[in-house]
Design a protein around this ligand. Structure first.
Ligand SMILES: [Zn+2]
Length: 256
């Protein structure tokens, strides 16, 4: 026989865990603001503030209003890498035209060393099973080719035009964190199918969208996500842009 007070306590614990349920469920949700095809088409106007983006997760990537550089969200802080290579912390009221975030909860880790970009992707393909979305981070030392994009003014041109003016930065044996996602192919048009990597150095002095990577040595941690929440912007430009065409080739030119 359990003491009545113990029964009461257990009852309270069960109630507490039940109340916690919705919070726990959100942990494996990737939230995305706008779509990759809208960004490719030149919808660079802000659709959400970083205050609202960070409510959906502490880990993510994307870009900043007016396509003002690359975005890295790491441990709850949003960083911008401008096309001059400088890194800035973003304020709560700054807006994003495209971002994807999740509350990062590590579900597994692995030590990796001496891998080219292709070898790294093949290794990750072996670890990441099924057609889930995987958020993952790599903390370690890398040789990198990074890029950032220049801030745009209206009328906005398509992203494939803008990236012709992108800045490219190369680093040897730089320490930092790769913030990345692997998306299944069925998210084509909405998100970036396959691998999408951004980087931020440990000293927070450099970063960008990863064009090429040589992993020297790193710790991999991943978070398997089984839910995707798309926030459709209320922006007029989003609702009038043509989202019919297949922009896969454009995406390849822009992201890789
Ligand atoms: Zn990117």
């Amino acid at each position: 026989m359990m003491a009545p007070s113990l029964c009461k306590l257990l009852g309270k614990i069960v109630l507490f865990l039940w109340l916690l349920q919705p919070v726990l469920a959100d942990r494996d949700t990737v939230s995305q603001f706008s779509t990759i095809d809208a960004l490719l088409a030149g919808v660079y106007q802000g659709v959400a503030s970083f205050e609202s983006v960070l409510k959906e997760g502490d880990f993510g990537l994307g870009t900043v209003e007016d396509l003002d550089g690359e975005l890295i969200i790491l441990e709850g802080v949003a960083y911008q890498v401008r096309d001059d290579g400088s890194v800035h912390r973003l304020g709560a009221q700054t807006q994003t035209p495209f971002a994807m975030v999740t509350p990062f909860v590590s579900e597994g880790e692995r030590r990796l060393s001496s891998l080219t970009k292709n070898e790294l992707e093949r290794e990750l393909d072996r670890i990441f099973e099924g057609q889930y979305i995987y958020a993952f981070r790599l903390d370690g030392t890398f040789n990198l080719k990074l890029r950032s994009v220049p801030k745009q003014v209206r009328p906005f041109r398509p992203l494939s035009e803008v990236v012709k003016e992108q800045s490219v930065f190369e680093f040897q044996k730089v320490e930092g964190t790769v913030v990345a996602f692997r998306c299944p192919s069925f998210l084509k048009g909405v998100s970036v199918p396959g691998y999408h990597l951004h980087f931020l150095s440990t000293d927070r002095q450099s970063g960008g969208h990863v064009l090429d990577i040589d992993l020297v040595s790193a710790k991999l941690e991943w978070d398997r996500c089984d839910a995707f929440l798309l926030k459709i912007p209320s922006l007029e430009q989003f609702h009038t842009v043509n989202l019919e065409p297949d922009r896969s080739d454009e995406l390849d030119r822009v992201e890789r």
